[in-house]
Write a protein that binds this ligand. Structure first.
Ligand code: MSP
Length: 528
C-alpha cells in the first residue's frame, strides 16, 4: 500500500481578496503535494477558508451583503485564483460548512467534559464601534489598532482553555521530536517568548461576537476563532462526523505549512488542544518566511510603487501561471523572508525560464528535427563529457527529493532541477552538435549527443512537473511521456529510439523588461 501524505495550507481569511502572499503558502503546498505524488505516495492536500469572526461580519456589512452572500462571492474568487495558478487540492474546507460547525461543537464539548475548558470572565480593552477586544500590547498609542478610537476597560463572561497546563508537555514535545517545528530557529522563539515566561489560559469564546459557531450547551457564547479554525485540519477529514475513515487514514498530518506569524497557534495552541483530546499531534509544522513587497508583508501597503504589479490575476494570464509559480517557489530562501519586485519577476522569466529551460528545449528539438527528422536516436557510445552530464542529472534527481523530503525546501529543489538545464546547455556548447552534423563520420556521435540531451530534458521535465505543471506538460506531451513517476527519472535511457517527437512552440518568449514595466505601470494606474 502506498505511503500516505497529508499536507495542509492555513485556512485563509476571506475578508479581502487573496494576495500574492497567500498564493505563496498555497503554491508551496501544491508543489510539495505534487512532488509526493510523483514519489508514488497517497497524497491528500487540503486548503480552505476561515470564515467566522467580527472582521468577516464587518466586511460583509461594508459590502452591503449578508455574511453568506459576501462569503460565497469571496470563496468563488478564491477558487478561481487557485484554478488559475493550477493549484490541485483534494479538498477545500469552509468553516461555515455544516459538518465542520457540528464537529467544532463536539470538540468544544469534549474539551469541556474533560475539564480542559471552564467558564470565567475575560477582561480587556474594548473598542465599542469595532466590537473588538484588544490586549494592552495590541493597542497603538493606547487606542484601537483598527479604527484608532478610544477603548474602554470591559469584562465579558467567557470560556477558557487550560493552556497553562501544557507548558511541560510542549517542552517535551520539542525536545523529543526536534523535527516537529521547522525551521529549527522557530523552536527557540516558542520556548523563550511564550513557554518559559508561562502560558496563560486562552479565552476561547465571545458573547460580543455573533458571527461564529455557537457553544451548543450555552448558545449566547460563540466559539472564538482559534478552536474553530485549527480544528479544520481534522474536521476536514471527517473527525466528529459519522464517517471518520479519512481521519483514520490520513491523520496525523505529515505537515501543516503556515506563515511565520501564525507559528504560535500551530506549535503551541494546536498541539495542546490535540493533547487534551488525546489525538496524535501533526508530524511537522513548517513556518515559512514572508514574501516582502518593498520591505512589507502586505502588498496593499503604500510602500509598493505603482510600477509594482503584485496581482496574480494580472500576472498569471499575461506571463503564464508557471511564471508566477516559479517566482513564488524560487525566490524565498528556505524559512526566511524574500523580496518580490516586478523587475525581479520579469528578469527570472528571461534568465531561467526563457534562456535556460526554454532555450535548451527549443535548441534540442530544432536540431533533432533538422538532423534526425525528429526521430529519437540511439546512444551508441559514452565519452567523459556524457558521463559528467549524467552525473549532474542524477545528483539533481537525488537532491530535489532530499530537499523536499527533509525540509520542504522548494527553492533549493527547483535550483537543483535547473542545474540539469544549465549543464545540458553547456553540453551543447561543448559537444557542438551543429559541427558534428557536418561530418558524415560523426553521425553516431551526433545521435548520442542528441539522445543525451533528450534524456536530460525528459528527467528535468518530469521533476519540474511538480513545480511548473503547464510548461512541463507541453514538453512531456511532445516527448510522449504518459505518466510521471520518480522511478523513471532514476534511469537515463527511457525514451524509445525510433519514436518521433512532436513539434513544440516557444515555451517562454523573451521579454523586453523595460517595455513590460511600462505596460504594467499603466495597468496598475488604470486600476486606481
Ligand atoms: N485564518 C488564519 C489562519 C488559520 S489556520 C488554522 C490566517 N489567515 S490569513 O489569511 O491572514 O493568512 C494566511 C496565510 O497567508 C499565512 O500563512 C500567512 O503567512 C500567509 N501570507 C499572507 N501574506 C504573506 C506574505 N506576504 N508572504 C508569505 N505569506 C504570507 O492567518
Amino acid at each position: 500500500m502506498a505511503e500516505k501524505f497529508y499536507i495542509t495550507t492555513p485556512i485563509y481569511y476571506p475578508s479581502r481578496k487573496f494576495t500574492l502572499g497567500n498564493c505563496y503558502t498555497t503554491v508551496i503546498c501544491d508543489a510539495v503535494s505534487r512532488f509526493n505524488k510523483l514519489l508514488g505516495k497517497d497524497v491528500f492536500f487540503m486548503t480552505g477558508t476561515d470564515e467566522h469572526g467580527q472582521k468577516i461580519a464587518q466586511a460583509a456589512k461594508n459590502a452591503g451583503k449578508t455574511e453568506m452572500e459576501y462569503l460565497d462571492e469571496m470563496i468563488a474568487d478564491a477558487k478561481d485564483l487557485w484554478k488559475l495558478l493550477k493549484v490541485d487540492y483534494d479538498k477545500f474546507i469552509r468553516t461555515t460548512d455544516d459538518y465542520h460547525v457540528s464537529a467544532v461543537q463536539k470538540i468544544f464539548k469534549q474539551l469541556y467534559d474533560k475539564g480542559y475548558i471552564y467558564k470565567s470572565a475575560y477582561k480587556g480593552k474594548y473598542c465599542v464601534p469595532c466590537e473588538s477586544f484588544w490586549t494592552e500590547s495590541q493597542l497603538i498609542d493606547g487606542k484601537c489598532p483598527d479604527c484608532h478610537r478610544d477603548v474602554i476597560d470591559q469584562e465579558e463572561e467567557s470560556y477558557f482553555f487550560k493552556l497553562s497546563e501544557f507548558g511541560d508537555r510542549l517542552l517535551d514535545l520539542y525536545k523529543n521530536d526536534p523535527e516537529f517545528l521547522q525551521p529549527q530557529s522557530r523552536v527557540n522563539e516558542m520556548i523563550n517568548n511564550f513557554i518559559k515566561p508561562g502560558l496563560d489560559d486562552l479565552c476561547v469564546t465571545r458573547t460580543s461576537v455573533k458571527w461564529g459557531v455557537p457553544v451548543d450547551f450555552d448558545p449566547k457564547h460563540t466559539i472564538y476563532v482559534w478552536i474553530d479554525a485549527l480544528s479544520n485540519y481534522i474536521t476536514g477529514l471527517g473527525y466528529g462526523s459519522d464517517d471518520d475513515s479519512m481521519f483514520k487514514k490520513y491523520w496525523p498530518a505529515d505537515v501543516h505549512v503556515i506563515g511565520k506569524e501564525i507559528v504560535r497557534f500551530h506549535a503551541i495552541i494546536w498541539p495542546a488542544i490535540l493533547m487534551a483530546l488525546d489525538i496524535p499531534i501533526p508530524k511537522r509544522v513548517f513556518g515559512h518566511g514572508w514574501l516582502l513587497f518593498g520591505g512589507d508583508k502586505l502588498s496593499k501597503s503604500k510602500t509598493v510603487s505603482s510600477v509594482e504589479c503584485v496581482d496574480p490575476r494580472i500576472l498569471a494570464p499575461r506571463y503564464t501561471p508557471d511564471a508566477v509559480r516559479y517566482i513564488l517557489l524560487r525566490e524565498i530562501p528556505f524559512g526566511s523572508d524574500g523580496n518580490y519586485s516586478t523587475e525581479l519577476f520579469l528578469e527570472r522569466i528571461n534568465s531561467d525560464l526563457a534562456n535556460n529551460y526554454g532555450n535548451l528545449v527549443s535548441r534540442t528539438f530544432s536540431m533533432l528535427k533538422k538532423y534526425c527528422s525528429s526521430v529519437i536516436p540511439e546512444a551508441l557510445e559514452e565519452d567523459d563529457i556524457d558521463t559528467e552530464l549524467k552525473q549532474t542529472v542524477f545528483k539533481a534527481v537525488q537532491d530535489a527529493k532530499k530537499y523536499i523530503e527533509t525540509n520542504f525546501d522548494v527553492s533549493k529543489a527547483l535550483a537543483s532541477i535547473f542545474e540539469i538545464f544549465s549543464m545540458a546547455n553547456k553540453y551543447i556548447e561543448n559537444t557542438e552538435p551543429y559541427r558534428l552534423a557536418k561530418d558524415e563520420e560523426k553521425k553516431a556521435r551526433l545521435g548520442t549527443v542528441l539522445r543525451n540531451l533528450l534524456e536530460s530534458i525528459r528527467i528535468g521535465t518530469v521533476l519540474l512537473s511538480a513545480f511548473l505543471p503547464d510548461c512541463s506538460k507541453s514538453v512531456a506531451d511532445a516527448l510522449h511521456i504518459e505518466k510521471y513517476d520518480y522511478e523513471d527519472v532514476k534511469e537515463f535511457y527511457m525514451l524509445s529510439a525510433g519514436d518521433t517527437v512532436d513539434e513544440l512552440g516557444i515555451l517562454f518568449p523573451r521579454l523586453d523588461i523595460q517595455k513590460e514595466l511600462e505596460e504594467l505601470a499603466k495597468i496598475e494606474e488604470n486600476k486606481q
